[in-house]
Design a protein around this ligand. Structure first.
Ligand SMILES: [Zn+2]
Length: 197
């Protein structure tokens, strides 16, 4: 039985789907924490041509949306003061947008070139980071728990702000005919759960 990579509980195959028109991939669901995960994603290298795929036409409007949301949150939590890090920051667009409205933001991404926020890589920060942002990343991480731990250790920070598109609850079951669209690079899907004690 495949164990959930988030909480360690048992999972069950929810459906199978052909990925990249050639691989039959199983999607496992954890009833305990609501994580839908694929089998080990051996097809990822083929799924990515670039770190940001050509099909992602919403990248600018999404970053503008996150800019407004995160500005409110950081002003509320920290009065907007201090340094912040965009982890997995892609081409640096979000870092650029946040800097343009006065936040001391920095960029980090081992898989992408910093085009928009040159001079503001994570190593340039003069103070410890107060918060880390991580957008459009969590769906693609093979070991999400280890990833968040590493991110917070590297940034020496305790506030992690992230986004992900939530799956419907209860989750879909293609074997019973429900239709869902999943991109080949998205290997995790989360549902909304009430926090537990
Ligand atoms: Zn789980």
């Amino acid at each position: 039985m495949k164990l959930c990579l988030l909480c360690g509980s048992g999972t069950e195959v929810r459906f199978k789907r052909q990925v990249l028109h050639q691989y039959e991939v199983s999607y496992f669901y954890c009833d305990q924490c609501g994580l839908m995960q694929t089998e080990k994603p051996y097809w990822l290298k083929e799924a990515y041509h670039d770190a940001i795929v050509a099909a992602d036409t919403g990248v600018v409007s999404r970053n503008l949306f996150f800019q407004r949301q995160v500005a409110v949150v950081l002003n509320f939590l920290f009065d907007g003061k201090g340094c912040y890090l965009d982890y997995g920051g892609g081409y640096g667009l979000f870092t650029r947008l946040m800097r343009d409205v006065g936040f001391d933001f920095y960029w980090q991404d081992p898989y992408c070139e910093n085009l928009f926020a040159r001079g503001f890589s994570s190593t340039e920060a003069m103070e410890p980071f107060k918060a880390v942002t991580c957008f459009e990343v969590m769906e693609h991480i093979e070991h999400p728990l280890e990833f968040v731990t590493k991110c917070l250790e590297e940034s020496e920070c305790r506030t992690f702000i992230f986004s992900t598109e939530l799956m419907q609850n209860p989750p879909p079951n293609l074997m019973r005919g429900t239709i869902i669209f999943l991109t080949p690079a998205n290997i995790f899907h989360f549902i909304r759960k009430e926090p537990c004690d």
